[in-house]
Design a protein around this ligand. Structure first.
Ligand code: GUN
Length: 285
C-alpha cells in the first residue's frame, strides 16, 4: 500500500505559516482582506465559499462575502468588482466559478485588478506563470506542488502526466511541473490511448472530473498519484478521478478524496491573499 499524502495536515502547516506572518503584519497595522463573491445558489459553490471564509478567520484575515442573486446582471457584478478594486481594505478578490450562464466569466475575470487576482485567473497573471515570473500561482496547482514536495520526490527528469486541460488546473499544472524540469504530457478527452500515456507516469495528476477514470491497470508501479477530482460515486459518496482501491497498492504515494488536494487549494488561497496584502503595502517583492 502506498503512503497516503495527508492534505489536511500539510494544509494546516501552510495555514499556520500564513497565520504567523499575518500576526506579524498586523503589528504594522495591516490586516489582509479577502472579498469573496458568489452569484446564485450552486450548493457546491456555497460549501467552497463557506470553507474559504472559515480559513480567513483561522489565519486572521478580514473576509467580505457578497452573495448575489442568480439573476444579477453582468453590469451589476462588474460594478461590484470595480468597487472592490478601489477598496484598500480588500487585497484579494475571488469570484466563485461557475457563474450563471448569462454572465461572461472571462469579462469578469478580466476586470479584476491583476494585483488583487488571488485566483491567478487574469490573463496577465496567466502570462506571468507561463514565463515563470509570478506573484500568485493558481491555488489548486500550487497546492498539488506542495503535496508533491511533501513526498520528497524530485520532479526533475520525471515523466509527469496531467490528465485534464482546464485553464484552472490542467494547463497551469503542466507549466508548474515543467518549471521543475519534469517531462510533461497533457492528456484530455481526445487522447488516443490514455492507458499507455498514464502507464509512463512517475507522477500522475488527474483533473478531469470523471469519477474513478484512472484504474490500477493504468498506473506504473511506484508512481506518485495526485487526485484533483471531486465527484460522487454510484452511492453518492465523494470520490476522485482516480480509483483509490485499485491504485493504492501500486502507488508509492497517493492522495485521498476527500482530504488530499481540496484542503490545499484553500490554504494556497490564504497564502496568495497574504502575498497580495504585502505587495500592496510595499512589503516583499
Ligand atoms: N470554482 C472551482 N474552483 C475554483 C477556484 O479555485 N476559484 C474560483 N474562483 N472558483 C472556483
Amino acid at each position: 500500500m502506498g503512503k497516503i499524502i495527508d492534505g489536511k495536515l500539510i494544509s494546516k502547516a501552510v495555514k499556520d505559516d500564513v497565520a504567523r506572518e499575518t500576526a506579524e503584519l498586523k503589528k504594522s497595522g495591516i490586516t489582509p482582506g479577502l472579498a469573496v463573491i458568489i452569484v446564485g445558489e450552486n450548493p457546491a459553490s456555497q460549501i467552497y465559499v463557506r470553507n474559504k471564509q472559515r480559513a480567513c478567520e483561522e489565519v486572521g484575515f478580514e473576509s467580505f462575502k457578497y452573495e448575489l442573486p442568480e439573476q444579477t446582471s453582468q453590469e451589476e457584478l462588474l460594478e461590484l468588482v470595480n468597487k472592490l478594486n478601489k477598496d484598500d481594505k480588500v487585497n484579494g478578490i475571488l469570484c466563485q466559478l461557475p457563474l450563471p450562464g448569462h454572465i461572461d466569466e472571462s469579462v469578469v475575470i478580466n476586470n479584476i485588478l491583476p494585483k488583487k487576482d488571488v485566483d491567478a485567473f487574469h490573463p496577465e497573471n496567466v502570462g506571468k506563470i507561463m514565463i515563470g515570473d509570478y506573484s500568485f500561482l493558481p491555488c489548486t496547482p500550487a497546492g498539488v506542488m506542495e503535496l508533491i514536495a511533501s513526498t520528497g520526490v524530485d520532479i526533475k527528469g520525471k515523466e509527469c502526466v496531467v490528465v485534464g486541460r482546464s485553464n484552472i488546473v490542467g494547463k497551469p499544472m503542466a507549466m508548474l511541473l515543467l518549471h521543475k524540469s519534469g517531462t510533461v504530457t497533457i492528456c484530455h478527452s481526445k487522447t488516443k490511448d490514455l492507458k499507455s500515456e498514464c502507464l509512463r507516469a512517475d507522477i500522475l495528476v488527474a483533473a478531469v472530473g470523471v469519477r474513478k477514470l484512472i484504474t490500477g491497470d493504468m498506473v506504473k508501479e511506484g508512481a506518485v498519484l495526485i487526485d484533483v477530482g471531486m465527484n460522487r460515486d454510484e452511492n453518492g459518496k465523494l470520490c476522485g478521478d482516480i480509483d483509490f482501491e485499485s491504485c493504492k497498492d501500486k502507488a508509492s504515494y497517493i492522495t485521498p478524496v476527500p482530504g488530499g488536494v481540496g484542503p490545499m487549494t484553500i490554504a494556497m488561497l490564504m497564502r496568495n491573499t497574504l502575498t497580495a496584502a504585502k505587495e500592496q503595502n510595499g512589503i516583499g517583492k
